[in-house]
Ligand binder design. Structure first.
Ligand code: NAG
Ligand code: NAG
Ligand code: NAG
Length: 519
């Protein structure tokens, strides 16, 4: 049942500012006792202006980066910095010309992920160089951000056989580390067993159509993952090359009109995900392996990266966990303000953390909202745990505490059940309205036509700066995020009881938000 709330905690933070006395021993001047919630807004001047907040949100919604996209046959020209991990794998020929016949993805500052079948060209010669940060191999347009690095080792998967279409994955070790710049950054690997459900991009310098010359400009095509059974029917069956048919460590993707082609080999099938600050990360889902020849509606087969995590991590000799990848790889990233957590310190002063000891400093074990001078609303779950009832509340780890006088649990609440999961806490002290902002409860009975819901939750996250000013701070904080009221199916009849469902459709990094306790 907790899953209902999983989507709820897409919120975050920024720590409280220094505050004065938040709770007073005596009723403040002008203290009035409330009769019911009808006079709440009169007693507590609404400190939070909904319209102002919405206006602010709108003004924050800026496009990620509007670029002049040139549409080419079969794909869309990628712009500089759009696929910062994209690598071109090259064969240096006599006369110093380089043929870039395969693609790859930078997954650490030293290693590029590609396909095993890229280990040799048709003359059985190995590639010798990797070029990064260049979206037009034929021109000198963005060459100032490009880096060309010799290959130290080409590591094929040990089970790869040229005669077979399995284990088509490899890592390329470079002679030296790549240096991040505005056009170059590492990508993370997608660790989930299933491909994302949204559109996935295939990226490459591949041919733009069957029999066409290889493209010198970086192209992207948007694809959908394709069901394995349908895929198996579409790809040419070759018993000798694929005696086991299509395997689980392969995945298929297709679009109505476009697909990856020869020359895209080894390149990424990828998706984008956000962290809570709106930073955008690329995740490599698949490696281009093979496909039916490029015709409209053709189907491509990709090596599923999540099937090879252990092997890849062993070869690159480091963890590629989401935490490590998004934490240590400081780059000049694209950023989407519309997704970033909104920092609104006033808002957070409606929120208190529940404490079981006065000296505890973790105010994110359980939370509650101040709804009157002396009352806090929270979940019944929080006050009936094996730890017993909380004894203090505090607004930040070092602010003054207010002792809890009494806890009222809804009489119909049953532990382990999601219904009537509500409790009221009475404090011995009074909120100082110069510092704290009671929130008036929403008193409409019916399930609302919720457009935007402001969500609050505490979390630990890493603040990341651009590569120009490299520093990092782990912040345990609090903040707010917007989500939408929505129907959801959780195997319970949500509409007919006291539960509301809220969800957020932003594509966050998998596992980023985990509910420890409801607020
Ligand atoms: C108390 O209320 C009066 C009248 O509304 C107001 O002028 C005064 O500033 C208030 N005092 C405090 C401390 O808020
Ligand atoms: C792998 O990384 C560890 C820690 O960074 C290092 O001590 C070790 O020498 C590395 N092993 C290889 C084979 O590079
Ligand atoms: C520049 C800087 O302060 N980097 C630090 C980021 O965080 C990691 C992990 O805590 C430290 O090891 C780095 O020194």
């Amino acid at each position: 049942m907790r899953n209902i709330f999983t989507h709820l905690t897409v919120v975050l933070t920024i720590a409280n500012i220094a505050l004065g006395q938040l709770f007073l021993e005596q009723p403040p001047i002008n203290y009035t006792e409330g009769k019911n919630f009808d006079d709440c807004e009169l007693r507590f001047v609404t400190s939070y202006d909904q319209h102002e907040s919405e206006r602010k949100l709108q003004s924050w919604v800026t496009n990620i980066e509007v670029m002049d996209l040139t549409v080419a046959y079969g794909g869309v020209r990628a712009y500089k910095g759009e696929f910062q991990h994209m690598a071109a794998i090259g064969w240096t020929r006599s006369g110093a010309t380089i043929d870039y016949l395969c693609g790859g993805s930078l997954i650490t500052w030293r290693f590029v992920l590609t396909a095993s079948h890229c280990s040799v060209d048709s003359n059985n010669l190995p590639p010798d160089t990797v070029r990064l940060g260049d979206t037009d191999l034929a021109s000198t347009d963005d060459d100032e951000s490009a880096q060309q690095i010799p290959i130290a080792r080409f590591i094929k998967h040990p089970q790869y056989r040229e005669s077979r279409r399995y284990y088509d994955i490899a890592v390329v070790e470079l002679e030296k580390n790549v240096i991040p710049n505005s056009a170059i950054c590492v990508a993370c690997v997608w660790r989930e067993p299933e491909a994302p459900e949204d559109l996935i991009d295939a990226v490459g310098f591949g041919a733009l159509g069957f029999g066409k010359e290889l493209s010198s400009t970086l192209q992207k095509v948007q694809l959908h993952a394709l069901d394995a059974t349908i895929c198996a029917e579409r790809i040419p069956t070759n018993r000798r090359q694929m005696p086991e048919g299509l395997r689980d460590d392969q995945l298929c993707a297709r679009s109505e009109t476009m697909d990856t082609c020869e020359g895209d080999s080894g390149g990424p099938l990828q998706t984008l995900r956000y962290d809570l600050l709106g930073n955008i990360f690329s995740f490599i889902v698949g490696v281009v392996s093979f496909g039916t020849p490029c015709v409209e509606g053709s189907t491509g087969v990709y090596t599923r990266v999540s099937s090879y995590l252990d092997w890849i991590e062993k070869e690159v000799n480091q963890s590629l966990s989401y935490e490590v990848c998004t934490g240590v790889n400081v780059c000049d990233r694209k950023f989407n303000r519309a997704v970033a957590v909104l920092v609104e310190p006033k808002w957070t002063n409606s929120r208190v953390g529940l404490l079981w000891k006065e000296t505890e400093t973790d105010i994110y074990q359980c939370g509650g909202l101040l709804i009157d001078y002396q009352f806090v609303i929270t979940s019944a779950d929080c006050v009936t745990s094996s730890k017993g009832p909380p004894t203090y509340v505090a607004s930040s780890s070092d602010s003054d505490r207010a002792a809890i006088e009494e806890v009222f649990v809804h009489p119909r609440f049953t532990q382990g059940q999601p219904y009537f999961d509500i409790a009221i806490i009475k404090l011995r002290k009074y909120a100082n309205l110069d510092e704290m902002y009671p929130i008036c409860p929403w008193t409409e009975r019916k399930h609302g036509d919720w457009r935007q819901v402001s969500l609050l939750a505490g979390a630990t996250f890493l603040q990341r700066q651009s590569y120009v000013t490299v520093f990092n701070i782990t912040t345990k904080g609090f903040g707010q995020y917007y989500a939408h009221g929505k129907d959801c199916s959780v195997g319970e009849n949500v509409a007919d009881n006291d539960l509301n469902c809220i969800s957020n459709s932003d594509a966050f990094i998998p596992g980023l938000c985990q509910v420890r306790n409801v607020m």
